[in-house]
Design a protein around this ligand. Structure first.
Ligand code: HEM
Length: 453
């Protein structure tokens, strides 16, 4: 791209060290550094991590420029290359833009309207089963509970009933080894011969075999599931060729990774914030009781999804304050002009939902949990590219409807069955992993409600 001479240089953040740049403050307090870049540098500010320049784009217009740029200019692949050994060679971030677009497009039919009822029933059944050991009262760590539950719900909806019923224990082990293979050194060298990476590679190979077994069995028996696995088995590229078992496994892993902790974190934060705030909780409980009167089982479809409007605001507000993916990255493939700024080839371009959602020019009392900001009279998320918990533009989350269905179902069942109060743990975000969730323990005390069957 010819960069116009009028393009401005991004404002560099002060205080970088020789060689290391801003690496130390980034590691110590990532969000503090991002917020400082926004506050001190404005719309586009840069900082340096060892040998990488990061340009942080802030504000709706800047987000839009990043999210709409073609992959040939701003590529997610280089920035997410540590995921390649996890998803597998030739899968998603290891593909040229056109092939990656085709692969991601194959997930779409599995995320469409009529499938939602099927997933809603699975999520509701899994949630009831997970609550069986709870009894009438007790104490539970909400994030631990939500993570385990969303692992079951996601694997059941994505991988199918065979995985859930027959391979649950082995899948949990394999998935755990894959997750533990995502460590910061992977950003620099994802193939170092370290134990975590060796375990990751063994786990990836085994998961490929497990998917292969199920695919072969389904093909032989003629059984057709309504899960993602079935959708992928029936998908084809534009040239008519089918996905290999390796590619199917890789895309299922990608969908699991995209949706599991993100949904678990949001489920936990929704309840924790409703309890901490107190004011909105009664309205949400009243809404759930109205949509699902005593004696009627909670099970969401497109109609009841719409009716649980305040519950949805509560979830969206938890996502606003605690976006599980707090930084989204692309790598500039050439020198280019973006939102009026000159960006050099090789720079990592970043958008931060965390910083975006704390912008007081966009959100009133930005740090306060206030689900009413989504009410149509305020509609603070109406401005395009202002609310970006699910990203935006060409790589906007494909699973947002599924995620909301899943989280709303779990929240509705929990609040229908139990009355909760905070246990007294400090509530804070834990930035120790790629997907941020509430710091554990984040316990709640629960008591069964009278009609909470
Ligand atoms: C609360 C839950 C979730 C949150 C907060 C979330 C957030 C996001 C965000 C911010 C992106 C954009 C990444 C980027 O621009 O670099 C994204 C992409 C994506 N998400 Fe989600 N996600 C959630 C749940 C899910 C679920 C349940 C699935 C699938 C079952 C899913 C599948 C995807 C996929 C496939 C992409 C990549 C889209 C592309 O690159 O074109 N997500 N998600």
């Amino acid at each position: 791209m010819n960069v116009p001479a009028t393009a401005k240089a991004p404002v560099p953040l002060k205080g970088g060290w020789p060689l290391l740049g801003h690496t130390v403050p980034f590691v110590r307090d990532t969000l503090g550094l991002l917020e400082r870049t926004h506050d001190e540098c404005g719309m586009v500010g840069t900082f340096r991590l060892v040998n990488k320049d990061i340009a942080l784009f802030s504000g709706p217009a800047a987000h839009e420029a990043v999210f709409r740029a073609p992959d040939e200019q701003l590529s997610p692949n280089a920035a997410y290359k540590m995921m390649v050994p996890v998803f597998g060679k030739g899968v998603v971030y290891d593909c040229e833009p056109a092939r990656m677009g085709e692969q991601l497009g194959m997930l779409r039919p599995a995320l469409q309207g009529r499938r939602m009822k099927f997933y809603g029933d699975i999520v509701a059944a899994e949630t009831r089963q997970a609550l069986e050991p709870w009894g009438d009262d007790g104490v539970a760590d909400l994030y631990g509970f939500a993570q385990q539950l969303t692992n079951y719900t996601s694997s059941h909806c994505l991988l199918g009933t065979e995985f859930r019923n027959e391979m649950s224990a082995e899948f949990a082990q394999v998935y755990h080894d894959l997750e533990r293979g995502i460590v910061p050194v992977g950003y620099i060298h994802p193939y170092l011969p370290i134990p975590a990476f060796k375990r990751r590679d063994r786990a990836r190979a085994r998961l490929g075999e497990m998917v292969g077994e199920i695919v072969a069995r389904r093909r032989a028996s003629g059984f057709r599931g309504e899960d993602f696995l079935q959708t992928l088995m029936e998908s084809a590229y534009a040239d008519g060729s089918r996905l290999t078992d390796h590619e199917i496994a890789g895309m299922l892993i990608a969908a699991m990774f995209a949706g599991h902790h993100t949904s678990g974190s949001t489920t936990a934060w929704t309840i924790l914030e409703l309890l901490r705030d107190g004011r909105f909780l009664a309205e949400v409980v009243e809404e759930i009781d109205r949509v699902f009167p005593p004696g009627e089982e909670v099970s969401l479809d497109l109609k009841t999804m719409r009716e649980l409007e305040k519950t949805e605001w509560a979830v969206k507000e938890a996502l606003r304050l605690h976006p599980p993916l707090f930084i989204l990255l692309r790598e500039a493939q050439e020198d280019l002009e973006l939102a009026g700024y000159r960006i050099r080839k090789g720079t990592w371009v970043a958008v931060s939902p965390w910083v975006a959602h704390r912008d007081s020019e966009v959100f009133r009392d930005a740090t306060t949990y206030d689900p009413r900001r989504f009410d149509e009279t305020r509609a603070e998320d109406a401005q395009p590219f202002a609310y970006i918990a699910f990203g935006g533009g060409r790589h906007k989350c494909l699973g947002n409807a599924f995620a909301l269905l899943q989280i709303k179902t779990i929240v509705a069942i929990l609040l229908r069955q139990y009355r909760f109060e905070l246990y007294g743990d400090e509530l804070a975000d834990d930035f120790g992993s790629l997907v941020i969730g509430p710091k554990m323990p984040c316990r709640v005390r629960y008591t069964r409600r009278e009609h909470g069957a």
